[in-house]
Design a binder for this molecule. Sequence first.
Ligand SMILES: [Zn+2]
Length: 270
Amino acid sequence: MNKSRLLIGLIMAVIAIIGYYSKNQINPITGEKQHIDMSPDQEIALGLQSAPQMAQQHGGLHPDARLQQLVKSVGNKIVQSSDAAKSPYQFDFHVLADPQTINAFALPGGQVFITYALLERLFEKEDGMQPDRLAGVLGHEVGHVIGRHSAEHLAQQQLAGGLSSAAVMATYDPSNPTTAGSQQMAAMISNVVLMKYGREDELESDDFGVKYMLQAGYRPEALITVMEILEAASGGKRQSEFMSTHPSPENRIERINAAIQKYKSQLNAK
Ligand SMILES: [Zn+2]
């Protein structure tokens, strides 16, 4: 074995690890310390840049302008009437044409997507769209953005990928999206979103979702209905962003109920 190559490899690994742990940022909304290597402006740029590619993977945007408007108005109400309004992110909400994949996801910086297949399942036969259920889905996704979960995962992926990712990061220039580095970043972000978040990220997004729903005047119990709809639709398989990484759904619903009690009593105390 070549000793000097081994040594270089070791040094590279140490640099990657030191790099990861030295990237500390305090989340401006949650106050949590996170290992993140990007500014909110870079998150926004990256999300906007990746949005067309992500949309394309789900058949593009849905052509019905009324549906787009409905989703935008519920999403904007959640953001504008809650703690999410204090964040630097530029939120926007879109319906994807995909009639088969039951999913919703958020890109870093605030671009939020819901597939038509999921939207359709939120409808009640007699009553039409239930805005509270839609608010549950969008509130949860807004939670991922505020929690900066994608940016955290990018930093983790960078640590895992060591120097090759570091090189991509080094050549990434958000003000010049045509560079090779930027294109690679777009590919990386798409992997991170598709890779699913961790269990803690999902629980945190549920918690934020409940809080934002209450603050915006929606019924947070509808988030539980959304979980039940997704669970039933998945037929035991956890494919969607929502249901991907979870412990038992019962456990999650318990946590949502606890969050509802917590935030309701906080609101009443004001
Ligand atoms: Zn989620």
